[in-house]
Design a protein around this ligand. Sequence first.
Ligand SMILES: Nc1ncnc2c1ncn2[C@@H]1O[C@H](COP(=O)(O)OP(=O)(O)OP(=O)(O)O)[C@@H](O)[C@H]1O
Ligand SMILES: [Mg+2]
Length: 312
Amino acid sequence: MNSPAGIQAHGVRRAFGQVRAVDGVDLVASPGRVTALIGPNGSGKTTLLLVLAGLLVPDAGTVTVAGYDPVTQGVEARRRTGWMPDVFGTWDSLTCREVLTTVAAAYRLPREAGAARAAELLTLVHLDEFADAPAHVLSRGQKQRLGLARALVHDPDVLLLDEPASGLDPRSRVDLREQVRSLAAQGKTVLISSHVLTELDEIADDAVFLSRGRTAATRTVTAAAAQRRPWRITSLDPDALRDWLAANGHVVSTGSTTGDGGGGAVLVHLDGDAAAAALLRAAVTDGIPISSIAPAGGVLEQAYLELEEERR
Ligand SMILES: Nc1ncnc2c1ncn2[C@@H]1O[C@H](COP(=O)(O)OP(=O)(O)OP(=O)(O)O)[C@@H](O)[C@H]1O
Ligand SMILES: [Mg+2]
């Protein structure tokens, strides 16, 4: 059998007629880490996830999920894979609890264990009060949460989450973040697609960027944070700040793609967190009344925008 855990995908291709939805993707996602799958609409994220989930057969390439090939070892692979689609299919007549016990039965969990697991997961995703309500009455965000519970029923090693945060309110997003981090802490491999990048900074360890069906870049979030990106600085004395920055060789920009210099703020490109800390220290030492300094936009958002820029 294949031993590498997590997800390994090499040279994966899948076309729909003339459309090359996935056109050469290489991706590795490791156990205990959260990997973000990032790309614009139509870049092939869902198609790739369907291939990894064993729901679409690739035209070319090799894939292993939890050590198994989803095509030739589908049963083994699916037993270890939890799949959360971007839209929860409605099983109109079933209650939330029945959705989960039905999935448990499909994975051959004994009835008692399935019932216990369903109850535990309904609590985890805060749907206790809807346990015996038909799933189709749930709001969009509640359906998303039921979708996550459904993906976790059989305690899979690998989780494939397609836009799991879409439709979630702020509280539920925080919950999702904590749930995903806790799953990774248990040693699971989590692959999570999104184009809402700001919230991925705090969830993901690694990022794979897709563009037109291909892997455009692979980064760790730590490495992305160390890259040159814009920081937004405000001072009680904006003129003094500008003069000081100019005197210290910083090029100041106001107005950009990542937030303009509203409220007297200036944007300065800095080489990561350490450079920002050094600038703050020096400015304060020189008596500049700095009132705030923060990255303008998220780490992954910046990495993404730079990739887009390169392609123009
Ligand atoms: N079943 C299908 N039949 C035909 N074309 C398809 C099919 N599924 C996807 N495509 C096409 O493949 C490309 C990739 O689609 P995919 O859904 O994988 O993108 P995505 O990255 O998930 O986008 P989004 O961010 O909008 O969810 C698109 O051009 C899409 O139109
Ligand atoms: Mg999609």
